[in-house]
Design a binder for this molecule. Structure first.
Ligand SMILES: *Cc1c(COP(=O)(O)O)cnc(C)c1O
Length: 326
């Protein structure tokens, strides 16, 4: 097993060796509707500008450490927070990193620059050829006697889901300590692993007293729900039929605002307001868009006097992309 320069030389990341520390939950100062608003700061996880992709990466890290991996492969766009964190993780472990990325949009954003800086190989291909490019590259590495570990784009998969089951339990512990109960949990839903993990956490806890609402940033409800549901099925396995309930899966597609990466002036205004009032940066693709979507969702349904938790899922470099363009 132990080839020179292989398994033995893999470096540890101390932060990922055990469970990540709890991220803070803070009450917001400003008024965002007739409810009490709290924010869980997953953007403050202390690795590579934080975010939900760090929770997921830490779960994959522990799996990779059990293998003889010498190259980590993944997939993502030029703006991908996931690719930034995986490339940083690979560099920290002393492993090679190979990122497959669609060639359609090559604008060099902060996340693109960081991935390059961590020494990852970025291979571009037409978005329609991604699946075969990944398979071809994996086979090529194996033919060279290398041992690739592939992480699905966005950190999707069992480990990604598991990391947010743990985050759900973390929220429950924080509620108990604070003597508080969140009636709603909102977050940006993309590939759906974050939502799948939170919903599994809720189903396993048997907690009927709250709603978890994923604000879709791209997918329509039909596709989005199916992907989240598949991840829930994969995670709960034999317990799926007993535990799953259709009404626990709230995937809201009314605030996609034209699709992935699109946003409106209302989103921009909300971002400015939260930055000025709370000192918390949000981006237009995920967090700012979902925060805006949450306020519109609550208002349109006349929801009042509830405790609302919003999970800030990260994306700090995207905040600066927008700032740099002004
Ligand atoms: C990836 C990402 C999301 C979406 O998370 P999923 O688990 O893919 O649904 C939300 N916010 C930020 C900042 C992200 O990078």
């Amino acid at each position: 097993m132990c080839i020179a320069g292989g398994r033995q030389s893999v470096r540890k990341i101390e932060l990922f060796e055990r469970e990540l520390a709890e991220t803070p939950i803070q009450m917001l100062s400003g008024e965002y509707g007739h409810n009490r608003f709290f924010m869980k700061r997953d953007d403050s996880i202390p690795f590579c500008f934080g975010g939900n992709k760090v929770r997921k990466a830490a779960a994959f890290y522990r799996d990779i450490r059990k293998t003889d991996t010498d190259v980590i492969m993944t997939y993502g766009s030029n703006s991908s927070n996931h690719c930034r964190i995986i490339a940083n993780m690979a560099a920290a472990m002393g492993l090679a990193c190979h990122v497959i990325s669609p060639e359609e949009n090559r604008e060099r954003l902060y996340n693109t620059g960081l991935v390059e800086r961590f020494g990852a190989v970025i291979e571009t291909c037409p978005v329609t050829e991604v699946a075969e490019t990944i398979e071809r590259r994996k086979a090529a590495y194996r033919a060279e006697g290398r041992s690739p570990y592939f992480i699905v784009g966005g950190g999707h998969g069992y480990h990604g889901t598991d990391s947010y089951v743990k985050a759900y339990r973390e929220i429950e512990r924080q509620e108990q300590r604070a003597g508080l109960h969140f009636d709603y949990i909102f977050h940006a839903s993309g590939t759906g692993a974050t939502q799948a993990g939170l919903v599994c956490g809720q189903l396993l806890a048997g907690d009927e007293q709250r709603k978890i609402v994923g604000i879709s940033i791209a997918r329509d409800a039909a596709r989005g729900r199916n992907v989240v549901k598949d991840s829930i099925r994969e995670y709960l396995a034999a317990d799926f039929d007993r535990l799953y309930r259709e009404d626990r899966l709230l995937f809201e597609d009314g605030y996609r605002l034209g699709g992935y990466g699109r946003y409106t002036e209302e989103v921009e205004r909300m971002i400015e307001r939260v930055m000025a009032r709370e000192g918390i940066p949000m981006d237009t693709t995920y967090v700012g868009k979902a925060f805006y979507g949450m306020t519109a969702y609550l208002q349109s349904r006349g929801i009042k006097d509830k405790n609302i938790l919003f999970i800030h899922t990260g994306g700090a470099p995207l905040y600066f992309d927008r700032l740099a363009k002004e």
